[in-house]
Design a protein around this ligand. Sequence first.
Ligand code: PAF
Length: 282
Amino acid sequence: MARPVVARTLSALHRARADLTKRNATIALVPTMGALHDGHISLVRLARRRAKKVVVSIFVNPQQFAPHEDFGSYPRTVKEDIARLAVEGVDLVWNPDVKTMYPEGFATAIVPEGPATAGLEDRFRPHFFGGVAIVVAKLLLQVRPDVAIFGEKDYQQLKVVTRMARDLDLGTKIVGAPLIRERDGLAMSSRNVYLSADERRAAPTLFRSMKETAKRIRAGEDLATALDAGRALIARAGFDLDYLEVRHAETLAPIASLKDGPARMLVAGRIGSTRLIDNIRV
Ligand code: PAF
């Protein structure tokens, strides 16, 4: 099992990238913040199928955390992450530090609109998509991959990044990968480690309530009524709900019924001090 090359400076990254592409090999990038779980590994496996060489970035991006959020305590397990990536045959790990990504005097912002202002995550984490946009733009410009893989778990993020890569002619095809769940339905997330035993038991309610709500909508129930019932189910399980919504699957614009186009149900809520998000096709 060959250990991937680990680059921590831009010059090391550029050398390693030149090495990888010597024979015109294509590159797939999987951007991550580390604390890798099986969901991330499924992205890596998809990357393998999409390109000859696989690069995984590990960078906990301070710009996408608000001051009151968990940047300081976000799980950091780089050694274990690299060991897992070695098993998957990853070619290169890009693991810069904060000063390399945002050197002294860094003063550039990207202000994404469209799906970034849909009134979902952006309503509760107004700093988030600006932070994601700048770091993803930088990662794509640094690694210059042919494709980059983003999980559907962060569905709004996937749409924001897809729009940005197109709008800025970044030259990378953005590919969405299906969300991976635990056996009881909880969406895999690096933040699941924050859940107490009781919270962990209650957490799959998010997915179960979405499935139940989607079933009612597909059976013809009015969207607003079904969503109200779904919100009540989630609140009853102990969640402080931020939103449960059905939106157009591509634009994330509000829809009134399934006749308005392909639909996606998206949810976010807090249980204890942990905020969870999830989504399903309706
Ligand atoms: O989804 C994530 O893990 C992050 O938001 C990303 C895309 C790696 C940017 O920091």
